[in-house]
Design a binder for this molecule. Sequence first.
Ligand SMILES: [Zn+2]
Length: 299
Amino acid sequence: MQFAIAVDIGGTKATVATIDTAFNVIERREISTGAALDLENALEVATNQVLQATTGDLLGVGIGSAGPLDLAAGTISPVNIPSWRPFAVVDFFRAMTKSENVVLHGDGMAVADAEHQLGAGRGSRNMLGMVVSTGVGGGLILNGNLIAGESGNVSFFGHHSINHTGIKCTCGRVGCVEAYASGPSMVRRACELGWSGDDFISLAESARKADERALQAIDEGAHALAVAIINVAAINDLELVVIGGGVSHAGEVYWEPLMRHIAGESKEISFLHGLKIKKAELLRDSGLLGAALGVLRAQ
Ligand SMILES: [Zn+2]
């Protein structure tokens, strides 16, 4: 059997997995990236564990990481992992696995690639694939091709500003969509309104019970995301947006306001009236499968 190692690095966790050429996940390990621990060591231990549990030929390592990243240098500096400024992730995996075939993508690119090749975006030519969870990220397929951009940071979706006089984001800019539309941002807003709780799952639960503060915070976050989606869809004249990530799994309590605001924001843009919005099909594996595609596509 031939397989790839896939690495999906996000703001709160990183997942390492072995994936075969039919895109089955063979072994996986998760580590926390939020705590102050020796992240490189944890990543090495997890990688060795999945390697030891998998027999066959290693084809290479595909990495999808939260940005920003530098493709030419093979380094990453995820906004939510301050200890990596930067981290030479490509050299790290080359040295550890003795494989020269190490491919780095942005996490939004990986998700867009996976949904386009294997999920809800199959057959589409112009789409945005995105994740809404601890952060907000996205990647673009234009004319059927995955777009990387000059440095690999194309569609740095979460940190485009939707309000230049708005609130300050963890990245340092003002008014980034992530500062309004991520799970933690909606939780923070709900707490300002008097709600108490500490994660998006309980916020969605409160909203389902008609808690006004929870409903308002989710409505505002969904509206911010709708503005951002319509900005990117209009700039790139897209046909499809595929949305995944933890927040998108909250069900109607999130999708009803999101779809309502998308309809409102696109009302005056006639060429977007046919824009399709779909839920991601690959769910929690889209980042991993997209990372693996960097290696397995050519097989
Ligand atoms: Zn930002």
